[in-house]
Write a protein that binds this ligand. Structure first.
Ligand code: ADP
Length: 487
């Protein structure tokens, strides 16, 4: 049994702002079957403490970066949890990173440095009778974990750092360095220093024994200047220890045959039941009826996700005979653009802003098409849910989207392997062309249904990927010597 502590700033169903939470929540069960005992360390936001039960104090932290804290052990959301309970840092409701003014909390560096510091202390024995062999840290919020481990007391502690999105780097002015509890030698290119500042993500990428990201294509892309966001040099230097491991999905939470959020559940054999969900979905979004190809989006409304391209091409989609529902929130300009599109095309375009987990299930279970036009996409989960729900994924050809969807080109259709459509990223013409191809295919009911059923049967579980994580942990802890976990 290998003991792994996963340090993650959000985990479904405790707290979620995006795909990171889905992975944080699903990974422990996924790796358990490969002999990995994973506990999850999360910050003690009110939403987390509210769901924590059987809680016990397992460590006192009299001076946790400006206030008192403690580590609680307990269960919540089906997870075996350790929680950093520190009111001065985490007793803030709502979004974990952003205050009521819509801006990042100004002390985010302190909050997540403290969180990362606690993870490393646990690795060094803070909690009695618990000594993880591997710390698995996720994204910039836990980026300092490998740095605290590297510059901490020498030990056999190993670290894995997973980058779920290279765009969020957690960079802060060098003046914070003296408060990080790191030795002076950590402020170099081999530690946390990044262009004269402190880079949390950079620190994780630099200091971890292994770096992983969430798809093989993204692992390759981030080593190029086009996608590397300034970190491609570093990633190239450590190419032999960077792995791309696809995310899987929680097959229980996302199961159309028993999903309580759907008016009508279904399987591949009863796919015609989706019709009832489509009608409910159309009604919910104020569409005139449920006729014709219904496109959908469930997403953060940002440039990364290509949502400006969607705004620019809605009129063409409607002109081609498509309808559209969008669930999401994000950049003001994009929200305004979608609101105005819904105004221009009443009954054909519906927009609901905000975050609604149940509604996201209804969209997957009722819409014909899930559109994901990202400019870059480390893995992407919405297209995986779409496969499982028989909602045709129409995706740009980048990152995890390219790795998980097989485009319905002539060869793939002939071979009977197509599961969706792909188009060139960052290109409005390619997007409109994809609308056209999708609608043509939709009208070929036999081929469309075959593709839906094939998608529903494709393997989007954690199986393979969990085995690869388990292999990485085992090779780090010396339990296996060969390393076929790499790409
Ligand atoms: P990212 O993590 O970059 O936002 P992913 O595709 O990896 O993108 O994961 C997004 C997750 O967030 C999915 O579970 C998706 O269903 C969910 N999601 C995004 N926006 C909303 C929303 N407005 N309401 C409900 N769920 C949403």
């Amino acid at each position: 049994m290998i003991e792994v502590l996963s340090a993650v700033s959000e985990a479904y169903p405790l707290i979620k702002t995006g795909g990171l939470a889905d992975v944080g929540g699903a990974l422990p069960a996924a790796v358990a079957q490969y002999g990995i005992a994973m506990r999850t360390l999360v910050p003690g936001y009110p939403a987390v403490l509210g769901k924590l039960h059987e809680a016990k104090v397992v460590a006192e932290l009299p001076d946790l970066f400006g206030g008192k804290g403690q580590v609680l052990a307990g269960r919540g959301g089906g997870l075996d949890l350790l929680v950093v309970d520190a009111p001065h840092l985490f007793d803030r409701p709502g979004n974990p990173y952003v205050g009521p003014d819509g801006q990042d909390w100004p002390d985010n560096w302190r909050r997540f440095a403290a969180f990362s510091w606690v993870a490393a202390q646990i690795g060094h024995g803070l909690v009695e009778n618990y000594r993880p062999q591997v710390l698995h840290a996720h994204d910039w919020q836990a980026g300092l974990v490998p740095a605290y481990a590297k510059f901490g007391p020498s030990s056999s502690l190993k670290t894995v750092f997973t980058v779920h999105n290279l765009a969020f780097q957690g960079s802060f002015g060098s003046e914070i360095f003296s408060q990080l509890r790191l030795p002076p030698e950590a402020f170099t290119m081999h530690g946390v220093e990044y262009h004269g500042a402190v880079g949390f993500l950079k620190a994780g990428l630099e200091c971890a024994h292994y770096v992983t990201t969430v798809s093989p294509s993204y692992a390759a892309e981030i080593r190029t200047s086009a996608f590397g966001m300034g970190l491609d040099g570093l990633l190239n230097n450590r190419a032999g220890t960077v792995f791309g491991i696809l995310n899987g999905i929680d097959m229980e939470a996302w199961d159309p045959s028993g999903d309580p959020a759907l008016p009508k559940t279904y399987t591949a054999a009863t796919i015609n039941n989706r019709r009832i969900n489509k009608t409910a979905l159309a009604k919910r979004f104020g569409l005139e009826n449920a006729e014709g190809p219904l496109f959908s989006v469930v997403s953060r409304l940002t440039w990364q996700k290509g949502m400006d391209l969607l705004v620019d091409t809605v009129d063409e989609l409607v002109a081609l005979g498509g309808k559209l529902v969008v669930l999401g929130s994000g950049e003001q300009g994009i929200e305004n653009g979608l609101r105005s599109a819904a105004h221009r095309h009443p009954g054909r375009v519906g927009f609901i802003t905000g975050y609604d987990e149940n509604l996201s299930h209804l969209v997957q279970g009722g819409a014909d098409v899930m559109l994901v036009p990202s400019r870059f996409e480390p893995c992407g989960l919405t297209q995986l849910y779409a496969l499982r729900y028989g909602c045709m994924p129409v995706v740009s050809r980048v990152g995890g989207l390219a790795d998980t969807i097989i485009d319905a080109n002539e060869a793939a259709l002939q071979a009977g392997v197509a599961t969706g459509l792909q188009f060139g990223a960052d290109d409005a013409h390619a997007l409109v062309d994809a609308y056209r191809r999708t609608i043509t295919l939709y009208r070929d009911d036999k081929t469309w249904k075959k593709m839906q059923r094939r998608g529903m049967k494709s393997d989007v579980s954690w199986g393979n990927s969990a085995a690869r994580y388990a292999h990485l942990y085992a090779s780090l802890t010396g339990q296996i010597t060969d390393d076929n976990a790499r790409d």
